[in-house]
Design a protein around this ligand. Structure first.
Ligand SMILES: NC(=O)c1ccc[n+]([C@@H]2O[C@H](COP(=O)([O-])OP(=O)(O)OC[C@H]3O[C@@H](n4cnc5c(N)ncnc54)[C@H](OP(=O)(O)O)[C@@H]3O)[C@@H](O)[C@H]2O)c1
Length: 242
């Protein structure tokens, strides 16, 4: 991936698990990484470890996104910031949670594309965006009415952005991971009645690691993916292919 050498790449959600794994891989590939999130402490720790630059901002505020990103020189963008919301059915969903999930996962990612794509177009050297979506946008998953809807919106943002930005040589893709078993996902996906039936139905039959999500993200950012745009790539052990 020597083509990423020295190229500036913004990673949102860098203070979280998949984002930090992506930062580590990008730094290893020689990219000049700008790591974003809200936790300054976590971003500084990652910077001390990898050499990434910290850029804290709030995805829910257009003013905050604009202030952070207007004029920022980037070649690549990874929209990894996200919020899991709740496990609920359409009958008992808390609509305030729905609004927040959409606000972070779809609206926030669109705001990042809005401000970064302007500078990418002006720089005239093309670029690549990877949106971290989910298997929950590709198939109906119990309890995922809000989260799945936000990621389906994100996949549409991927397709329309790919259509609009292709003429500038900017590619836009999604990765759609299955579960990475973190303490945050364990309370639901680790439940006996949830985990076993789900993994039994998945061809590879195991959860993903953070690095198994970071690797295809870095591939889609690189010139090795130079003819790929507008796709939602399942990274789900084959679950959505059944
Ligand atoms: N883990 C999974 O099983 C899984 C599966 C499929 C897809 N995904 C997606 O992968 C992405 C990363 O997931 P993860 O497991 O690494 O999550 P995580 O560890 O919980 O990290 C979430 C990240 O999003 C950031 N974030 C949340 N709200 C924000 C806001 N309002 N403004 C700015 N940043 C905000 C957090 O920043 P701060 O903590 O600094 O606020 C953190 O860096 C998410 O989009 C998630 O939906 C995860």
């Amino acid at each position: 991936m020597s083509d990423l050498n020295g190229r500036p790449v913004l990673v949102t959600g860098a203070s979280g698990g998949i984002g930090a794994a992506t930062v580590r891989r990008l730094v290893a590939a020689g990219a000049d990484v700008v790591a974003a999130g809200r936790s300054v402490e976590a971003l500084e720790a990652l910077g001390a470890e990898t050499g990434s630059r910290s850029l804290p901002f709030d995805l829910e505020s257009e003013d905050s996104v604009r202030a952070a990103l207007e004029g920022l020189d980037v070649y690549g963008v990874v929209n990894c910031g996200g919020f899991g919301g709740e496990i609920a059915t359409p009958m008992d969903t808390d609509i305030d949670v729905f609004d927040k999930v959409i606000s972070v996962n779809a609206r926030g990612a669109l705001l990042v594309i809005k401000y970064t794509s302007r500078t990418m177009v002006a720089a005239g050297r093309g670029g690549a965006v990877v949106n971290v979506s989910s298997q929950a946008s590709l198939v109906a998953l119990s309890g995922h009415i809000s989260y799945g809807s936000s990621k389906a919106a994100l996949d549409n943002i991927t397709r329309v952005s790919a259509l609009e930005l292709g003429r500038y040589g900017i590619r836009v893709n999604s990765v759609n991971p299955t579960v990475v078993m973190t303490p945050m996902s364990a309370w639901y996906w680790g439940r006996e009645d949830v985990e076993k039936p789900f993994l039994d139905a998945m061809p590879l039959g195991r959860w993903a690691t953070e690095d198994e999500i970071a690797a295809p993200i870095v591939f889609l950012l690189s010139d090795d993916a130079s003819m790929i745009t507008g796709v939602s790539l399942p990274v789900d052990g084959g679950y959505s292919s059944r």
